[in-house]
Design a protein around this ligand. Structure first.
Ligand SMILES: [Zn+2]
Length: 282
């Protein structure tokens, strides 16, 4: 049985502020390192629970920010990991396809415009369906008829995902008191809860339906529930449409993606944001 673990970081127990992006400072560096250790602990806890329940193949998607937030060398060796810069990868959930049997959504945050910790990103699908990044991972799994059986994070994101699929298992590691304050369990307790939740989720996976949205699709990113996307993408292929919207909204740049698989002599240079800006100014 093959498990795909989609991860973010804002939903980790202990995270109450956006990650310090100035990681060239010593303080920022150590703050980042601690946070990544907490995330890695929660991912390992989920892996342990899944292994106990009989999963024998695990793929972890390191999907926050740099695409390199999980401490690779500390990951449970039963799993493989997908990592690397998000804006250069072929898709938001690489290798999530029909070969996967079941999906976990770990350390997720609430959708934009709602009262969760560090809430951001709100998808509007087909005009009246709203969900965050966790919901989108569930929908991409559902597109292949795969159930997403576990959600972890604060009390708000877990409720938002269970609103989409009430049968899924939820582990609440902290309660939002404001966008930047929480009442939280400690890492040891949160990880124990996640291990147990992961085990239960696999044992109960047959009771959890995939989150399927019927096409044709119209979708886009908005500031919060109730809003309409200014220029939605429309069509039949949900996965392609999601990627199209991400390219527009999150500085994914199709023109800058390396050609892959590569044909001899056809590889285009991959430029950094700074190099691109410099080229545009010429
Ligand atoms: Zn994130």
């Amino acid at each position: 049985m093959k498990l795909y673990i989609h991860t973010d970081i804002e939903g980790v127990a202990g995270m109450v502020h956006f990650e310090d992006r100035q990681d060239d400072t010593t303080e920022g560096y150590y703050r980042r390192l601690r946070l990544h250790k907490l995330l890695t602990g929660e991912v390992n806890a989920a892996i342990e629970g899944a292994l106990e329940a009989g999963v024998d193949e695990i793929l972890v998607n390191d999907s926050h920010g740099s695409g390199y937030s999980i401490l690779f060398e500390e990951l449970n060796p039963a799993a493989q990991i997908i990592h690397g810069p998000l804006t250069r990868q072929p898709f938001w959930t690489p290798c999530l396809d029909e070969t996967v049997d079941v999906v976990f959504c770990l350390a997720q945050h609430a959708m934009a415009g709602t009262n969760g910790l560090l809430a951001h990103s709100c998808w509007c699908v087909n005009g009246d369906l709203y969900f965050g990044e966790g919901g989108m991972a569930m929908a991409l799994a559902g597109y292949y008829d795969i159930p997403a059986v576990l959600i972890t994070g604060d009390n708000v994101v877990t409720a938002q995902c269970q609103e989409l699929v009430p049968e899924m298992e939820a582990v609440v590691v902290k309660e939002a008191l404001s966008p930047y304050n929480a009442k939280s369990w400690t890492p040891a307790r949160a990880q124990e809860m996640i291990r147990e939740g992961a085990k239960r989720a696999i044992e109960r996976m047959d009771e959890v339906p995939p989150f399927r949205i019927e096409g044709p699709y119209t979708l886009g990113l908005v500031g919060g529930p109730g809003q309409q996307p200014s220029s939605p993408a429309s069509g039949e292929d949900f996965r392609d449409l999601v990627f199209e919207v991400l390219c527009r909204g999150y500085d994914y740049d199709l023109q800058q993606l390396p050609v892959w698989p590569m044909e001899p002599g056809r590889r285009r240079p991959v430029l950094s944001k700074g190099q691109r800006r410099a080229q545009e100014q010429k």
